[in-house]
Design a protein around this ligand. Sequence first.
Ligand SMILES: C[S@@+](CC[C@H](N)C(=O)[O-])C[C@H]1O[C@@H](n2cnc3c(N)ncnc32)[C@H](O)[C@@H]1O
Length: 209
Amino acid sequence: MSNDNKAYFDRVASDWDEMRKSFYSTSVRNKALRIAQVHPGCLASDLGAGTGFVTESLLDCGLHVIAIDESHAMLNQLVRKFDGNDLLKVRVGEAESLPIANNSLDYAFANMYMHHVERPWRGIQEAFRTLKSGGVLVITDLDEHNYDFLRQEHNDRWLGFNRDSIRRWYFEAGFKDVELDCVGESCTSQSQGSCDFADIGIFYAYGRK
Ligand SMILES: C[S@@+](CC[C@H](N)C(=O)[O-])C[C@H]1O[C@@H](n2cnc3c(N)ncnc32)[C@H](O)[C@@H]1O
């Protein structure tokens, strides 16, 4: 279903941490954890965990983490960093069929993941399924934009999202207390093939099951 994405992230896995630094900073994950009001000892998923950008902060805060990604190579980088940490479980999985039991999580996080997912509304429904009653989903992702080079150069599937669409997908999945706002920083990227320079707002979306 998302083979192109998988091939792309398998290819860039060893460079991803450096690439990520040029796109957005750690304040994005700090904001996501603050909005979710995480508590030590709780169980969270990191969806599209990649090399562990959000996982790292969740572990630092004392949460149990299930890191999920469809790219083995990205997860290999993650495992290399956090190997031996008893709080961490790592699973290969796809957005629409997460390898997580129903009603089992306190939190789900998804940073810069949904714009790669073929049917993001299904990804949101699937996150809902995995959360306990009262559990929280926080997505951090790109606002709608026109930088088409991100499709060719970074395999983005969606050119960001209209916040009203995300809000609607949250409500349709069953979330309540839905809230969206700016993270307070933008994602930047210089095209390798043209003079285009992307500067795109980042939103957070909160919802409670
Ligand atoms: C832009 S990276 C973000 C990684 C990490 N969350 C971060 O902030 O550094 C997107 C990640 O989502 C994963 N991904 C994309 N589509 C996916 C899908 N349909 N199912 C599971 N993982 C997916 C990719 O393999 C990649 O690791």
